[in-house]
Write a protein that binds this ligand. Structure first.
Ligand code: GLC
Length: 639
């Protein structure tokens, strides 16, 4: 905020305070002084150019809305905000564990989720990502990613009162709720879209509408496709709009026009509304696509970051305990700006998915070599304090291979030559493959795009029959989860993985899978497995126990907190991956089907002067580590 605008500053302060009761004004003033500069600076850059008419008045209204949201923030959330501000590293600690599920798949309804909180606690979960639960488009809705209202819960799943009850119980149990905030697009039956369809000019401007194909064709020349097979193209003809509407994803998901400041204001209000219902983390869906610029890929544009920084400033003013998580499935090198760069470093998102790490883990498993993984790890930048990666093995989407393009190019190889065999391996199309996944959106022209399947299917557990096959598959699951848990980030378990649950092969969901292969990894929680998790020796009990052990051991190791230093150690064996965390932790991971022996003295430059011990057994490490196929070892050293 430039000091030459004292009048504007004073007016904005008045707008914010006007909405607030006396006992929240002092707090608001402190936050205003700290964050108004970022808010006004970013919005000025986005919307205030050329003395845009009414910009100052619009800003005043926005500040008033923010004030109203702060006034409405429940006292217990206000207290949570203060606590989080006092402990900004709360989500970086090694006790943190995420769990991700669809509400209906996991527990039927929001109330059902509430009843399963003890189960989450038993696993050690501290962060629960529930996939979209807001009112969704009737009929097809991309698993709820076509949002029909930011103010209502999907009726099948419950009510706002159920959400309040759930968030209260989660808070009391030390679990933060993460909700999807689908800010790139709304459903074609969202009231904004409906108003546009009725011809209301104000709402037509909420979208990118083109009267003919000339601009869409020009844009298409530079754009890539998210669903080249099932939803080709980025524009949809809508006769009632008299033209073509931008729809990056499905035709019924209409991209919002962030060039229109009214969109920003409505989205900010919607975000704060949900924060006041106790959503503590927002997964900012499809963040890279928010801004369109002719002649570019319309991904990762600088304005995307201004929008996200402005939203961060809005959060800082009215709900500073809340975290923002970027869902930006882009190469690692393109991610640092999502945490804020330059003067804004540390003032954008708190979290971002490390999707190349996830994809490279699967490639390593398929290829029995870790060079891509090593390149990803070496290229993972240092983050600002109070920010970290979301590390994971599987999620509801496909494994997106394009994120690995830079690492493959760095090795001088062709993307498709290197990864087509990986994609085919995971689909079980290669001799000797243990995996039973499926390729996603591939064709003769696009031989490698994405891969679908649950962890248990991709690691061979689902089809394992002999004792050896079962043990090997379990080790592969443990290996990938151990990487996510030791890398340094907030690790996430995807629902069903903790029970070794396989692909959804149910007849009831066959039509969904036929329409979009990602439904392969969106099964109903298998209640038989769920119940059997307590029966020693049952398949689900074995996986459950091995994951719980990893989680419990990690919790005891402060060097695995997200903000502790990480470094990869080189080994001569291409199937091994060695990761050090600080001076007192080393993970050795064997991605090969063969047993390996590694002398401790071969571990690069680590200090071997003090004795190392096995973090799981407590036994002293011998001079040479022996690793069974797909096994791993966590070595720790007493300080
Ligand atoms: C995100 C979601 C994905 C959805 C898309 C469109 O990538 O994870 O499931 O299809 O956004 O909202």
């Amino acid at each position: 905020m430039k000091p030459e605008h004292p009048d504007l500053l004073a007016a904005l302060r008045r707008s914010l305070l006007s909405a607030l009761p006396m006992d929240r004004q002092a707090l608001a003033e402190v936050r205003f002084d700290r964050h108004v500069g970022a808010l006004v600076g970013t919005l000025q850059a986005l919307y205030g150019k050329d003395d845009a008419t009414g910009f100052d008045g619009w800003l005043g209204e926005l500040l008033q809305t923010i004030g109203q949201c702060l006034a409405a923030r429940p006292a217990e959330l206000l207290a949570l905000d203060e606590d989080r501000l006092a402990h900004p590293d709360w989500f970086l600690q090694s006790r943190m564990l995420g769990y991700c599920a669809y509400v209906d798949r996991f527990a039927g309804t929001l109330d059902g989720v509430r009843q399963r909180v003890p189960y989450l606690r038993e696993l050690g979960v501290t962060y629960l990502h529930l996939l979209p639960f807001l009112k969704m488009q009737a009929g097809d809705n991309d698993g709820g990613f076509a949002v029909a209202s930011f103010e209502a819960i999907e009726p099948r799943l419950g009510t706002m009162a159920d959400l309040d009850a759930l968030t209260a119980q989660l808070r009391a149990s030390g679990i933060s709720l993460c909700g999807d905030f689908v800010l790139n697009h709304v459903a074609s039956d969202h009231p904004w879209a409906q108003a546009a369809l009725r011809g209301e000019a104000r709402y037509r401007d909420y979208f990118h509408v083109f009267p003919d194909r000339s601009l869409p064709d020009a844009y298409e020349a530079q754009l890539s496709q998210v669903f080249p097979e099932v939803a080709p193209g980025n524009f949809t003809a809508v006769p009632a709009l008299g033209g073509w509407v931008w729809s990056t994803f499905y035709p019924y998901q209409w991209d919002l026009n962030y060039g229109n400041r009214a969109v920003f204001a409505d989205i900010a209000k919607a975000l704060l509304g949900l924060a006041n219902h106790g959503v503590e983390v927002f997964r900012l869906d499809s963040s890279p696509f928010l801004w369109k610029r002719p002649g570019t890929s319309c991904v990762n544009q600088p304005e995307v970051h201004l929008i996200l920084q402005a939203l961060r400033a809005v959060i800082e003013l009215a709900a500073p305990g809340v975290l923002l998580k970027a869902e930006a499935i882009v190469p690692t090198a393109e991610l640092p700006p999502y945490f804020g760069s330059g003067e804004a470093r540390g003032h954008e998102c708190h979290l971002a998915y490390h999707s190349s790490l996830m994809a490279a883990g699967w490639a390593a498993l398929a290829e029995q070599r870790t060079d891509l993984l090593a390149r990803v790890i070496d290229g993972t930048p240092e983050l600002p304090s109070s920010a970290t990666w979301l590390t994971y093995v599987r999620c509801h989407d496909d494994i997106v291979w394009s994120t690995l393009k830079p690492e493959i190019a760095a090795g001088g190889e062709s993307f498709s030559q290197r990864l087509t065999p990986v994609s085919r391996f995971l689909a079980g199309e290669v001799d000797g493959s243990f995996a039973r996944g499926q390729a996603f959106q591939t064709s003769a022209e696009v031989p490698v795009f994405g891969s679908n399947g649950m962890t248990a299917a991709l690691t061979g557990l689902s089809t394992a029959t002999t004792a050896d096959e079962i043990v090997h598959a379990e080790r592969r699951i443990r290996l990938l989860y151990a990487l996510a848990l030791s890398f340094g980030g907030l690790p996430l378990i995807y629902m069903g993985d903790e029970l070794g649950q396989g692909n959804d092969e149910s007849d009831a969901h066959a039509a969904l899978r036929d329409a979009d292969g990602r439904w392969l990894q969106r099964p109903l929680l298998d209640t038989a497995r769920w119940i059997a998790r307590d029966r020693p020796g049952s398949p689900s009990a074995r996986i459950h126990a091995l994951l719980r052990e990893l989680v419990q051991v990690r919790k005891q190791l402060p060097m695995l907190a997200a903000d502790q230093p990480r470094r990869r150690l080189t080994t001569a064996d291409p199937a091994l991956l060695v990761l050090a965390r600080g001076d007192a932790f080393v993970a050795v991971m064997n991605f090969s089907a063969l047993p390996k022996t590694l002398p401790l003295s071969a571990l690069g430059d680590i200090d071997n002067s003090a004795p190392w011990s096995d973090a799981f057994t407590g036994q002293a490490a011998t001079a040479a580590l022996s690793l069974a196929p797909w096994d791993l070892c966590w070595l720790v050293r007493q300080p």
